[in-house]
Design a binder for this molecule. Sequence first.
Ligand SMILES: O=C(O)c1cc(C(=O)O)c2c(n1)C(=O)C(=O)c1cc(C(=O)O)[nH]c1-2
Length: 237
Amino acid sequence: MSPDEFEAALRGIGAERYHILHPFHHLLHNGKLSKGQVQAWALNRYYYQANIPAKDASLLARLPTTALRREWRRRIEDHDGDGTQPGGVERWLALTDGLGLDRDYVTSLRGLLPGTRFAVDAYVHFVRERSVLEAIASSLTEMFSTNIIQQRVAGMLRNYDFVSEATLAYFNPRLTQAPQDVDFALAYVKQHADTREKQEQCLAALRFKCDLLWAQLDALHLAYVEPRLVPPGAFRP
Ligand SMILES: O=C(O)c1cc(C(=O)O)c2c(n1)C(=O)C(=O)c1cc(C(=O)O)[nH]c1-2
């Protein structure tokens, strides 16, 4: 594949299987969930947010050049903050606070769904164990995230009286951070996937990532929408 055909194949994966297509997101964005169901989403997604800088740190350690490490260090600061500005993890907790969840309960992970834990852990392990190229390719779902974030923020503000601009403030910086992440990661992947085999590995990494995002929503849907099979110990609204 030429680099442009390869990029088109990557984008095709998003069109086919990005979590914007999941029924749980349709319900969330269109105001069809109760406050308790929205709380369950925010509580579970905290685990994803909290693990993003951990997966980025494990990749950073394996990057071979100063320029690459500096670029990846920026991602860690986006999520962990720099000590003066709150990072994404802290801003996610502002969202769970705003929804009325107890912060200690959220961060204790006691209410987490097992499906969320397994899916997020699979991402961290994938990035730790696969090649640098596959690890960077797996971040490319961010190519599709601007769209879903705009849809989510507009939909939730319109449809729920228990969310506000302040509660959803997590998402604003993502609208500039994600395109910056993607510019770098996509250029890297297009340059370094210089054989058909490496291109296929990148496509598989992106499919894997879409699947683990999808699996997180499956877990939420089964527990909190239908058939409401809440696993032992998991959050009960
Ligand atoms: O709201 C979303 O639907 C969404 C999706 C994704 C994604 O596609 O992985 C990320 C985020 N948000 C996000 O906020 C974020 O910080 C992030 C980091 C990464 C990554 O793989 O490194 N994905 C995402």
